[in-house]
Design a protein around this ligand. Structure first.
Ligand code: HEM
Length: 449
């Protein structure tokens, strides 16, 4: 049957199944915080194994309804669909932004709180201009950004200060210690050295992101948003050399570009990169054979020259595959779309749940194991959607800068040192990796050798 020959509606979940999807997929993800994480909710979700329930729920629907897409039983004014089939996921990602727009309505409502003109929630010529800008600033197709050596230096300096701190605390490394150093790296990379200690700017953004977690249920902080943008613009005007702000000062702009609405995304999206880095360190601490391979890579490279560190990048990608920091990838149809099984109405919100694909033990050998080689031999997973950075034409343009900075942070933390998780039983290589790893209560014992 061809797509064009089908005119009937897609299969639709029952009311009970729709409520179960709300309870198992949407509620836990919203509770954990879509725009900024709520540590207590993350801890609760880890203890209750909620991420596993979400995967299981979608697998059951897939077994009952086949490939879908599956419409949820929502009011006609707010149609929603689940993508259950790998080929459908690839289609949606490749046919972005028409007819599958990134500017999905719930995402728009959330990001309106602090970056209403960001590329992700824009459409048409405005999105095209903002996407061009982000791709150029972030050099999205270059494995190593032109400022790579400079970023590697920033990471080295901050990691060195962090490790001094660790040694003064009997070798203890925890989330708060790591996060302080990571935030300094992020401000320096994005805005320049003068922003290094501007915790006030990061705090303002966190407050705006907390409001964004509530999307349309929060009235917003208009005054705070203006103050934040004013302060951000002082850094953008300064355009410090050696930072992304410096790159921006040399970019062609037009009235649609709105750099001050793109850069908050750069700042906030580095947060999950920090989570992925500490989780990758936990994975390596729990898998000595992989830690040895990481040490070999570190020893075989001159870190000052910003090498690609493929193995450490693969470890970060595995951390993101096992525990994706953007679990819900959303699109919205701009017109009626035809599928093998029926027609999807225009204005439908589409959900691709990353963990459903990443951890599909029905199709992927070792879906629940730590296996960096999955990323080093990309043929292995074939056309299977691995979407920690989304994919296709809307893929995260910051992914390579993220992999550069995170792999160098791991290299600097690991060089000449060993790590043990506290307690060591937190992750065991002999067991499947847990559905969620709470980054906020990770703790390590580390010593130089
Ligand atoms: C671990 C860290 C990160 C992850 C997992 C991540 C993931 C993603 C994902 C999944 C999307 C697409 C969202 C969607 O389609 O709804 C996205 C978009 C985007 N990301 Fe990232 N990101 C990360 C860090 C960064 C950083 C550090 C930057 C900038 C320095 C960045 C810049 C962007 C931009 C500009 C977009 C919008 C792309 C567009 O719609 O054209 N990201 N990211």
């Amino acid at each position: 049957m061809t797509r064009d020959s089908v005119h009937h509606a897609l299969p639709t979940a029952t009311v009970g199944e729709t409520l179960a999807v709300m309870g198992d997929v949407f509620v836990p993800n919203i509770a954990k915080g879509v725009i900024v994480r709520r540590p207590k909710a993350v801890s609760m979700a880890e203890k209750l194994g909620l991420d596993q329930r979400a995967i299981r729920r979608l697998q059951q629907l897939n077994e009952k309804y086949g490939p879908g897409p599956l419409m949820l039983n929502t009011p006609d004014s707010r149609p929603m669909a689940l993508i259950l089939d790998p080929d459908h996921a690839n289609r949606v990602l490749n046919e972005t932004p028409e007819p599958f727009a990134t500017a999905e309505w719930a995402k728009r409502k959330a990001l309106e709180h602090f970056e209403p003109d960001m590329a992700l929630v824009s459409h048409g010529p405005e999105r095209a201009e903002r996407r061009r800008f982000n791709e150029q600033v972030l050099q999205s197709e270059c494995p190593v950004h032109g400022l790579g050596a400079r970023f590697a230096k920033v990471v080295e300096e901050e990691a060195c200060e962090l490790l001094d701190h660790v040694d003064r605390h009997d070798g203890k490394l925890d989330w708060d210690m790591f996060d302080s150093a990571w935030s300094r790296v992020v401000r320096r990379v994005v805005l320049g050295d003068t922003a290094r200690d501007d915790r006030g700017l990061s705090d303002m953004l966190t407050k705006l992101r907390s409001a964004a977690n509530w999307a349309f249920f929060h009235p917003g902080h208009d005054h705070l948003r203006d103050t934040f943008h004013e302060r951000l613009c002082t850094y953008l005007k300064r355009g410090e050399a050696g930072s992304l702000a410096g790159e921006i000062s040399r970019m062609p702009l037009n009235e649609d570009t709105k750099p001050e609405h793109q850069v908050p995304q750069y700042l906030f999206a580095f947060d999950p990169a920090g989570m992925a880095t500490l989780r990758a360190l936990a994975l390596l601490a729990a898998h000595p054979t992989h830690a040895d391979r990481a040490q070999d890579e570190i020893a075989g490279n001159d870190l000052e020259r910003a090498p690609t560190l493929d193995y450490l990048r693969a470890c970060v990608l595995e951390s993101l595959r096992l525990w994706p920091t953007t679990p819900m990838v959303l699109r919205q149809t701009t017109e009626e779309t035809k599928w093998e099984n029926g027609v999807m109405p225009a204005e439908t919100s589409i959900l691709m749940l990353a963990p459903y694909f990443h951890r599909d033990d029905r199709h992927l050998d070792d879906a629940n194991r730590f296996d960096p080689d999955l990323w080093l031999q990309p043929g292995e997973a074939g056309n299977w959607p691995m979407i920690p950075f989304s994919g296709g034409t809307g893929i995260c343009p910051g992914r390579r800068v993220v992999l550069l900075v995170t792999s160098h942070m791991l290299a600097r933390l690991l060089k000449g040192r060993e790590y043990q998780l506290n307690p060591p039983t937190r992750l065991l290589s002999s067991k499947p990796m847990p559905p969620l790893l709470n980054n906020y209560d990770l703790e390590f014992k580390s010593k130089a050798y």
